[in-house]
Design a protein around this ligand. Structure first.
Ligand code: AMP
Length: 218
């Protein structure tokens, strides 16, 4: 895979995390999810977590300088030397400009952007039905991909949890934030000829297969 930075773009519930996980595994590169990093900080009650928690609960975006700082530090780590996946970042035009600047300064080329498109109805079911393993992070969905035993991870028996922001009120706000602040990135990247649309209205497996195929040839 040639591009150093792979960006997964899409509305909340589009399947960015699920797909990024598969692609990262296949190409042995790290998946950098700003949402996961922030949730972990909230859980551990670090200064970052305390600063971000209210915004996340409200379904709003955390300030650009906070997430840019997280990403800058993370992509400087040795495991990112051969490339990395940004999952849920950038989400605003200033964040995208930050990625461009950072890659340029480091001589790491331009990013490739995968835009996962999903219909609103499917997004809502994905978000309200999502459950995540508290041990390994595996993602399930009570409608589309239920575990064999309710509430328990098939892989390690870990308890499945629902994200604090996967409730209807917060979901509504997150979709508003996506429309206002993140959707403009589609035009931003299309104009740079680095955007690839992906039909995300399918099961996770065929999407992952297509992505791995496409990236293998890229
Ligand atoms: P996610 O897991 O990607 O859906 O992110 C969960 C929440 O974390 C979002 O609703 C935001 O509050 C925050 N967040 C994650 N990534 C970003 C980002 N790139 N910019 C701003 N806020 C973010």
């Amino acid at each position: 895979m040639k591009p150093q930075a792979l960006i997964f773009l899409g509305a909340p519930g589009a399947g960015k995390g699920t797909q990024a996980r598969e692609v990262a595994k296949h190409f042995s590169i790290p998946q950098i999810s700003t949402g996961d990093i922030l949730r972990d900080a909230v859980k551990r009650k670090t200064p970052l977590g305390l600063a971000a928690e209210a915004k996340m609960k409200a379904g709003e975006l955390v300030p650009d300088e906070v997430v840019c700082g997280i990403v800058e530090e993370r992509i400087g780590e040795p495991d990112c030397a051969n490339g990395f996946i940004l999952d849920g970042f950038p989400r605003t035009i200033p964040q995208a400009q930050f990625v461009d600047r950072t890659l340029e300064v480091k001589g790491r080329g331009v990013p490739m952007v995968l835009n996962i498109q999903v219909e609103l109805e499917v997004l809502m079911k994905r978000l309200t039905g999502r459950r995540t393993c508290s041990v390994c992070g595996e993602i399930y969905n009570v409608y589309f991909n239920p575990p064999k035993v309710e509430g328990i991870c098939d892989k390690d028996g870990g308890k499945l949890l629902q994200r604090a922001d996967d409730n209807e009120e917060t979901i509504r706000q997150r979709l508003v934030a996506y429309d206002k602040q993140t959707r403009p990135l589609i035009d931003y990247y299309r104009a740079k000829h680095v955007l690839h649309d992906v039909d995300g209205n399918r099961d996770a497996e065929p999407i992952a297969k297509d992505l791995v195929n496409f990236l293998g040839k890229a």
